[in-house]
Ligand binder design. Structure first.
Ligand code: SF4
Length: 197
């Protein structure tokens, strides 16, 4: 485990594992599977409420109904604020691209220049998950899920490790200095322990 900054404990999986999403293979299953929505902050919820009219027509008809009835978020059994989901499946903000790929309607609008918010940082950081510990430290853990097998295969093929693949959201969440410290630790670790892998 790396200690980065004052209080972030980062799993060695970020350097030992390879990862690169392969949407053509997985078809964006992470926006569908699972028993709860994506963790979201109060600030992110405000932002999503602001841009909701812009993405409304891209949402699934059932998602519009669910949002109208239950809002865009709820508290999961652990008391964490998460995005609303459809009948134990899709995130309400998911939509479908040609070829049946499930994508995020918020990210789609962002990439088309229609909104200035990309998507909740917890989604962008996946397969890393953050947990605030009782002493205030933040643990950065790797979540291994069989639906992402193709990302592990593609990452290994391309030589892209988790910390490299997630540079942008890690900078967004923790800042450039923090990321540079993490990257320096990872490079040293590769040199010392993984250079023959
Ligand atoms: S996180 Fe996993 S399921 Fe989601 S797009 Fe990447 S590889 Fe596919």
């Amino acid at each position: 485990m790396f200690l980065i900054g004052d209080n972030t404990l980062v799993t060695l999986d970020v350097v030992e594992r390879f990862f690169c999403c392969d949407l053509d293979s997985c078809l964006g299953q992470c926006c569908i599977d699972g028993d709860a929505g994506a963790p979201v902050t109060q600030d992110e919820l405000l932002k999503i409420k602001e841009i909701l009219p812009e993405i409304w027509d891209d949402l699934l008809p059932r998602a519009r109904q669910v949002i109208e009835q239950n809002g865009i978020s709820y508290l999961d059994p652990e008391g964490e604020l998460v995005t609303q989901i459809l009948d134990n499946s899709n995130c309400v903000f998911s939509c479908y691209a040609p070829g049946g790929k499930c994508i995020c309607a918020i990210e789609k609008a962002y990439r088309e220049g229609r909104v200035n918010f990309m998507k909740p940082v917890s989604c962008a950081l996946y397969p890393l998950r953050l947990k605030t510990l009782s002493n205030g430290n933040v643990a950065v853990n790797y979540h291994r899920w069989k639906i992402c097998k193709s990302a592990e295969v593609l990452g290994r093929k391309k030589g892209i490790r988790v910390y490299q693949f997630l540079k942008e959201p890690l900078v967004r969440r923790f800042g450039e200095l923090w990321y540079n410290e993490l990257a320096a630790n990872c490079e040293l670790y590769i040199k010392q322990y993984l250079s023959d892998k």
